[in-house]
Design a protein around this ligand. Structure first.
Ligand code: ACM
Ligand code: ZN
Length: 480
């Protein structure tokens, strides 16, 4: 209700500080309004995490899901297993470009959080009504830990080394007593550190190749009367759930913990689309919706031809805003098990804080609004509110993606000689003007009114015009 100048670093002269009289009738739609950050693929220091939490709190996002262990690095100090950070924080180099490039930078990469730093961050977050949920991945995505303690694996490889590219790796924890002792020790320290009732145990993308070959795993499947490796995974998770429940905490895991049967008290974070979330809610387990085609912030937010490398998409601001996190197939009773939403920031292609802010904002504003506000969607209203809000983010010097004012040009496949062009702009009240001959459009150029076809020699160049003036950047796209 105050002007954006309230967020300025220094007093702003001539600002009208009056607040309109109003009754406020407001309450959150969901109790769980989350934002995730992967600090393994890339590492982010505590001052940046504090800024991240400040921005979450500004948007009434109250759960920070902190991804702390991975194939590519272990980031949390564990006193009983110092090797996890002495060695496990490091990878010898990092892939350049996508994981398909096969080209590596040759630079050792590491970073970790001491338990003192973690305690300080937890306190900082709590002061801002943000709960930090730590994620310790089991049974997959555990190669950094296994590279320190190879005895925790099935022992089928000559050599275990922290991963240097993204992806899924077959080297996973072997469900033997030694492993459970290790994991119980690790979760003891995690539970001592983090007051969160929810502890994230990962559970995603655990290949079964090693378990299939491992004599111990196969004997265990027989001994326990399990059907297959999926049931072994379920048994693994259920055993850890029992342990974590015995400490008064609850587990949450990605969709794959549904494979082979859900642990009795587990909550599900649904990322593989909606199916897992639907299944879990129908089984009366609580669910956080984080489907990758809608809520993954490592996906493109504009034309991949002119944006930095990303994981997929594009998933535009409007798509994120309009997603309804309560799937329509659920009954009213089942819908109550959807406890919230989360935006996921996997940092494959985000080596710096600046890139994280660029990818996360302003799309996270849309997810935050879905977490807080009633189900009805009002895209026009959202764009008006967002434009006002972006002025606040400017005052805070958030390096958000500024394509809100730019035309978004898409070329859809047609014949060998034609493509169909569609264009859109998020900024309210803006019109798109364009040319097809490579010249820079002005307010006098034709206005985009709907899809049209172009030939191989035409190049679409477009600007957004509002009140006769250009807003945003000139964008172009060529037939390719
Ligand atoms: C995930 O993106 N593997 C949860
Ligand atoms: Zn094994």
């Amino acid at each position: 209700m105050l002007p954006d100048a309230i967020f300025a670093k220094a007093p702003v002269k001539g600002t009208d500080w009056s607040v309109p009289a109003a009754d406020i009738d407001d309450a959150p739609r969901f109790p769980y309004r989350g934002m995730h950050l992967d600090c393994c693929l890339h590492f982010f220091d505590i001052p940046f995490l504090k800024r991240y939490i400040d921005l979450m709190a500004l948007h009434k996002v109250n759960r920070f899901h902190w991804h702390l262990t991975e194939d590519q690095g272990w980031r949390l100090e564990i006193k009983k297993y110092p090797l996890l950070t002495e060695k496990g924080q490091w990878r010898k180099e990092t892939v350049v470009g996508s994981l398909k490039s096969g080209i590596y930078d040759g630079k050792p990469y590491g970073g970790f959080y001491s338990q003192d730093e973690v305690r300080d961050l937890i306190e900082y977050a709590a002061e801002r009504h943000v709960t930090i949920i730590p994620e310790i991945e089991i049974p997959g995505h555990s190669l950094a830990a296994i590279s320190c303690y190879p005895e925790l694996s099935c022992g089928l490889e000559d050599h275990y080394e922290t991963a240097t590219r993204w992806g899924i790796f077959r080297q996973v924890y072997c469900p033997k007593e030694e492993t459970f002792k290790f994991l119980e020790d690790v979760f003891d320290e995690v539970i001592d550190l983090f007051p969160s009732e929810l502890i994230h145990i990962g559970g995603d993308e655990c290949p079964k190749a090693s378990w299939k070959k491992c004599p111990h795993c196969q004997a265990l499947i027989k001994k326990l009367g399990l059907k297959d490796e999926y049931e072994l995974q379920s048994w693994f998770i259920q055993r850890m759930e029992k342990y974590i429940n015995s400490k008064g905490r609850q587990i949450i895991g990605w969709d794959e913990i549904l494979e082979g049967g859900l642990a009795p008290n587990a909550k599900v974070m649904s990322w593989l689309g909606e199916e897992g979330g639907i299944k879990a809610a129908q089984q009366h387990h609580e669910v956080v919706m984080a489907p990758y085609p809608k809520y993954y912030l490592d996906y493109w937010q504009g034309d991949p031809d002119s944006e930095p490398l990303a994981m997929g998409g594009p998933t535009m601001l409007r798509t994120m805003y309009e997603y309804n996190p309560v799937p329509e197939v659920l009954t009213a009773e089942e819908s109550r098990y959807i406890i919230g939403v989360e935006g996921c920031v996997w940092t494959e292609y985000m080596p710096t804080p600046a890139r994280v802010e660029y990818m996360a904002w302003p799309r996270m504003c849309a997810i935050a609004e879905s977490g807080w506000s009633p189900a009805a969607k009002d895209w026009e209203g959202f764009t008006r509110r967002l434009e006002t809000h972006l002025a606040r983010l400017d005052r805070l010097e958030v390096g958000y993606c500024r394509n809100f004012w730019d035309p978004f040009i898409e070329m859809h496949p047609d014949t060998e000689y034609s493509k169909v062009v569609t264009m859109s702009v998020d900024a309210p009240g803006a019109e798109i003007h364009y040319t097809l001959d490579g010249s820079t459009p002005t307010a006098a150029s034709p206005v985009y009114e709907g899809p049209f076809a172009v030939n191989r020699q035409q190049k679409v160049t477009a600007v957004s015009i509002r009140d006769g003036k250009q807003i945003g950047n000139v964008k172009y796209k060529e037939f390719r």
